[in-house]
Design a protein. Structure first.
Lengths: 162, 162
DNA sequence: CGCAATTAGTTGCAAGTGAAACTAATGTCA
DNA sequence: TGACATTAGTTTCACTTGCAACTAATTGCG
């Protein structure tokens, strides 16, 4: 009864190779969600991530958003610019440090957030429906470990700066 | 002792949101592996996927490669063109169906494959090191289910054609 | 203080991407 | 057979991306 698990052997089956599998499943999720965000709200995934962080934490700087959502600072910059142009967020200069500015959801932005959250949660619920809670728990635990190790294996430079 | 698991609630924490997490971990893996492929062999991830499939299955058409590796046909086309230009693969017309051609690794291509496979396996081994086999087994099982469902949630159009 | 180093954020640029249109070949079906 | 539909693969185009360089502000340190 072999484990079918990744191990050190001399054969490689791409369809069992974790980095490949994680990218495939991630891209499926992005495609499905991206379509929802775009069709119903006209925004992309980077914009959604910005809104999600602002909805969860309130006022943040671009730097905070990048760190929290693991996005490159240029991606954050562009998403923020776009969201501001559409009136979903506002920027206000930080008088204590005029390099940065505080970003917050406007009322329309908060409305979008309030509309997307249940959709996102429903999507996740449907996606994980029927899986044993214990299995899901293990899955998430392993996922956390792989993410943390991946952050280091990827080197000092992740998608966001530093 | 709450489960910390995704469920239908009215709060969303992006850092616990599965689509987000899967994309983050996938991008870490891609970045780490991509750096290896590029630095040591001068190829990118799409090229690596093509080589991997040819190394595993032998002679294939571009269509096969796209299906097996879940890549859009244009991405396959470009990777194949590039690999041919570098002498890692050859194309030979299929006389039974002259729309397609068979693609196979050349000797240098097979050498690259033979060099990358142990690196990839070692990477995976190091990445999953110390995790309980039973946990990894559960992880992979859930990952398979999520992938299969994701394929459908993403709609008929995945990254590859149709 | 004053000057070098650091940091927040933006922009130019070159590369990579997928959708759609396209070419050429094959399949289908009356 | 002949016309229409389908398929393999390529190319064009618009868009996204990350890196590097940049600006402006702040910090650190002699």
């Amino acid at each position: 009864m072999s484990t079918n698990l990744p191990s050190t052997q001399d054969l490689l089956h791409l369809e069992l190779f974790l980095p490949y599998r994680l990218n495939v499943v991630g891209s499926f999720a992005s495609r499905a969600l991206g379509r929802i965000y775009d069709e119903r709200f006209g925004i992309g995934i980077p914009e959604w991530r910005v809104i999600a962080q602002l909805g969860e934490f309130g006022r943040l700087t671009s730097r905070d958003i990048g760190e929290l959502s693991q996005m490159h600072k240029t991606k954050v910059s562009r998403a923020v610019t776009e969201l501001e142009k559409r009136g979903f967020i506002t920027r206000s200069e930080n008088r204590q440090d005029r390099r940065e500015s505080f970003i917050a959801l406007t009322a329309p932005g908060a409305r979008i957030y309030a509309e997307i959250v249940p959709l996102a949660l429903a999507f996740q619920a449907r996606w994980t429906e029927g899986l044993a809670p214990e299995e899901l728990r293990v899955f998430e635990r392993v996922l956390s470990i792989l993410t943390e190790r991946g952050r280091h294996l990827a080197g000092t430079y992740h998608e966001n700066e530093r």
